[in-house]
Design a protein around this ligand. Sequence first.
Ligand code: COA
Ligand code: AMP
Length: 631
Amino acid sequence: MTTYAEVYAGWKADPEGFWLQQAEAIDWVRKPQKALSQRGAHLYDWFADAQVNTCYNAVDRHVAAGRGEQLAIIHDSPITNSIEKITYAELQQRVALLAGALQARGIEKGDRVIIYMPMIPQALEAMLACARIGAIHSVVFGGFASHELAVRIDDATPKCIIAASCGLEPGRVVKYKPLLDGAIAEATHKPEFCVIYQREQENAPLTPGQDLDWHSFQQGASPADCVPVSGDHPAYILYTSGTTGQPKGVVRPTAGHLVALNWSMKNIYNVDPGDVFWAASDVGWVVGHSYICYGPLVHGNTTIVFEGKPVGTPDASTFWRVISQHNVRSFFTAPTAFRAVKREDPKAEFMAGHDLSCLRAIYLAGERADPDTIEWAQKVTGKPIYDHWWQTETGWTIAGNPAGIEALPVKLGSPTVAMPGYDVQILDEAGHPQAPGTLGAIAVKLPLPPGTLPTLWNAEERFKKSYLNTFPGYYETGDAGMIDEDGYLYIMARTDDVINVAGHRLSTGAMEEVLAGHPDVAECAVIGVADQLKGQMPLGFLCLTKGVNRPHGDIVAECVKRVRDQIGPVAAFKLAVVVDRLPKTRSGKILRATMVKIADNEAFKMPATIDDPAILDEIREALQTLGYAKG
Ligand code: COA
Ligand code: AMP
């Protein structure tokens, strides 16, 4: 039997040979001759000389191999009480037709298409249709509001936007059309046309000259063939939160994406073609791109598209019902989802009647997996729970438990070990590698493996500044942590202003920009405080403009509404408090980390550079009014 240590050592001895060998599992139009090429100092591309099509690998090749009748997608929506099953052959037809209709309207290789859709199969079809003709999609999460959509429209400059008429949240229909129209009105760039998929729950009025109906637009179109693209062609752009309000457009390279995801399906998630795989996330996040859409389909699995929540749709039995009903082999979700189930049903009584014998293992990612949650999930399901750590930027696991090679012993609090392709190191501030057990910045020695970001969309300088410049020769992950004597990694905190709310990555900087736009707010700070359910929650401090004497409650309510309207409900921004001053260093830097420690009742060292320590007492008092910092 091959061990993880052997596989990892094999990769390290010959990284390019390792990935060329994994590339054999992909169907190429022109096979890569060369694995890695260098574009500039510390800038790399994988399989750039290859020609390939993502949609062919995700759909057509399975049909060609005689597996057309296998299910590609199971859509399970406890919100609409419906289940739809789509075979690979049906998916091929649907995607080819949509791609043909897009082509007929002038969408070509390299054009950008924004997709703003909820958890319905049409979202995957739209992604695959773009991939089929070499168009670059950018999916925007449905929980973002108009302004966030507008920012992405201006950055990606799409020729077309594909949207649905609505999303469905428990007890609420989220109308997408007004959000879409608001975004188009706000954006400087205007798409040439929009395609709207009308859902039964909301018939959106279409704007003549702008909107086309999903079905009528496809009538009479000829199915499109798969268009070959070069290995380094961007498969998609996915925007993610950074330090500022301007999101980063992570570029996913086509060939590396195919090779890495395909490798991960067996070696990490331990599924074989034909097995059912379920990632309970959303197509708007990287987990949705990699493990609802592309990974399972490229590998020939059946993927579940789930429109629901862990609790409340209708209750805490939903996960267990979906797993047993659809014969799920490997299940992937965020720790927060299990925390929600545990809170509602601590004894897992809702599991009764649901046979989980089909399930082999559960995978957690997206935020820190607290040991309590892992132990609970392990106890109630009797299955191994594997934490794994990765990011939008990488698109697949940096550190995990390679269960398909060898299931390593689980250490609570650790996502286990580095995957082949990643030379993970802990660095001090000067960039020196640290001894085992020492905390530091987590960095990955360059080059990063296939599938990871080669750059940011239209922002190479920002790419270098955000990831490459701090530690020359390394990719800076933005996370801090340590590696123990056995090579197990521990992720402790972000080193920047990114917070993680219910597994959703959010920028406190973006929220501060929105708050600062309130006419009565002179200065503000947003921090992430610990939350039992969501991991973290954003909390805002507001300093008011001199002379403002309106009730603070009104101003706070307006600020909460402002963030919801401009960033979206997903920001979950509900807590804010008015203070006179913010704690700062003598050079004027706001001491956010110290405020977090006070809120979470953690010990902290008084920052040596603090301007006025007395402000911290005012901050503590303000936090206490919100139920934090109670000591
Ligand atoms: N469209 C519109 N609104 C959305 C949305 C979407 N796609 N997704 C979430 N929202 C809204 C929610 O309805 C909620 O609105 P509210 O303030 O009116 O209640 C708000 O955004 C905050 O959402 P969330 O933080 O998800 O909280 P919740 O209370 O709705 O649900 C959990 C809590 C734990 C059940 C939920 O967060 C969850 O399932 N998390 C798993 C996370 C996950 O899969 N992450 C992906 C990374 S792996
Ligand atoms: P995203 O890009 O949305 O996937 O968020 C990536 C960030 O989420 C990482 O940089 C971490 O801060 C955090 N994260 C993801 N997975 C884990 C994990 N398993 N443990 C701890 N933090 C995680």
